[in-house]
Design a protein around this ligand. Structure first.
Ligand code: ATP
Ligand code: MG
Length: 395
């Protein structure tokens, strides 16, 4: 029965003269989210409001589900829009709204009228009282409760009159694209997809880089990363996924460097290569799924050692999260089932039994000298042979 959805947005409403840009980004993201939903939709801005209008038949759940992925939305209200044709007509429209939406009338209610247009002949107090009266006449089973009503019936007098009584929560945050772009180091694990989600929630668009080590990591492991990128692309928008063949670099490190330092040195090369692609793609920072102390390579000393090779800022949105908290978000965003699929990643194959937990940057730099000149050409080749996959939201 709903032909329109009223989109409520919080934080972005306060951005002063940038507001226009924020609204535009939000409209773009809504359009992106709806493009795979069956049906035809129009998204329009009107007097500080955004509406999604259905121009054809559609499945309600599908639209709600799509909109629930759009950062910047705080609430989604299925709304009935009616023309202003006098109070009697409005009262009839409100009654027919209740008739359809609430088959069981044993409910308490409150009318919450608002005039965005002050030339309406009644003020909101009068509207509340008079509409309330008409509702009680039409449905004697209903009762007024001004404190905790079952139904809060919102009636907003705008160009059209908006009638709605439900608000589904949106994901909050800011529309993607309003805060630049970052390069996500995306592995097949649980953490990095969540990190990508978190940074995108603050309006940052995302590209990604995955370090692949065939034949030690399978084609299926790579496919899993593509699937994870498709899952987060529902929230982040399209992602350019860079798949770097990292095998020769890993083998060189394995051959030449102390095994206890393998992971740290490998991570440093990952960061360097990720930074190269970040700069090439106008990204303003790198993003990882690291969290302090989670594993040996994420102690404060290890993080300092990996950080030292980058000039771009490295954002770690999960830095203070426990695994349980990360898993909860992973489940919420629909990534968990894919993340736990049992495919090896390149870090698990070249791990040492006893990795250093407090690496000194000086010592690590000295170990890296053992890689000699070949490492530069290996890095160059890895960059040149990188495959770029354009990922958009999967089914
Ligand atoms: P995740 O669950 O994200 O794989 P993790 O707990 O396995 O994280 P590590 O393997 O130490 O932790 O990796 C830490 C971070 O380094 C990851 O969150 C990710 O950002 C990055 N990273 C690790 N391996 C890769 C890879 N093969 N390709 C791209 N990024 C990687
Ligand atoms: Mg991992």
């Amino acid at each position: 029965m709903y032909k329109s959805f009223l989109i409520k947005y919080g934080e972005i409403a306060i951005k002063g003269k940038n507001r226009y840009l924020f609204e535009e980004a939000l409209v773009n993201q809504i359009q992106y989210a709806l493009k795979d939903v069956d049906g035809e939709f129009a998204v329009r801005r009107l007097q500080g409001r955004i509406y999604v209008d259905a121009l054809s038949e559609y499945a309600y759940e599908e639209v709600m589900e799509a909109l629930a992925h759009v950062f910047g939305i705080v609430g989604i209200c299925p709304v009935v829009l009616v023309e202003d044709e006098g109070f009697d007509k409005l009262a009839a429209d409100v009654i027919s709204y209740i008739e359809k939406v609430y088959p069981d009338k044993h409910l308490t209610f409150k009318v919450h009228a608002r005039r965005a247009r002050k030339n309406y002949p009644m003020d909101s107090m009068q509207l509340n009282a008079m509409l309330g009266e008409r509702i009680l006449e039409a449905f004697p089973e209903m009762k007024v409760d001004v404190h905790h009503p079952d139904v809060l019936l919102c009636v907003e007098i705008r160009e059209n009159i908006n009638i709605y009584s439900t608000e589904e929560p949106g994901p909050g945050g800011m529309p993607v694209g309003t805060n630049g772009k970052a390069m996500l180091l995306l592995s097949g694990g649980i953490d990095s997809p969540v990190a990508g989600y978190m940074i995108a929630k603050r309006g940052v668009a995302i590209d990604a880089v995955y370090f692949h080590a065939p034949p030690y990591t399978s084609e299926r492991a790579k496919q899993k990363v593509v699937e994870l990128a498709e899952i987060i692309a529902k929230y982040t928008g399209p992602i350019r996924l860079h798949v770097v063949n990292f095998t020769d670099i890993q083998l060189a490190i394995y051959e030449k460097c102390p095994h206890a330092e393998l992971t740290i040195i490998m991570r440093r090369y990952m960061m360097k290569i990720a930074e190269h692609f970040a700069e090439q793609n106008q990204c303003l920072g790198l993003v990882t799924g690291e969290s302090i102390g989670q594993v040996a390579s994420q102690t404060m000393q290890s993080l300092a050692a990996t950080n030292a090779v980058c000039t771009l800022p490295v954002y770690r949105p999960l830095i203070g999260f426990d695994k349980k908290e990360i898993v909860d978000i992973s489940e919420k965003i629909g990534a968990y089932e894919t993340s736990i699929l049992p495919f090896e990643d390149c870090c698990t194959i070249f791990v040492a039994k006893h990795p250093v937990t407090k690496p000194s940057i000086k010592v690590i730099e000295k170990s890296e000298k053992r890689l000699g000149d070949i490492i530069d050409s290996l890095v160059k080749t890895a960059i040149e042979t990188t495959e770029v996959i354009s990922v958009t939201a999967g089914e």
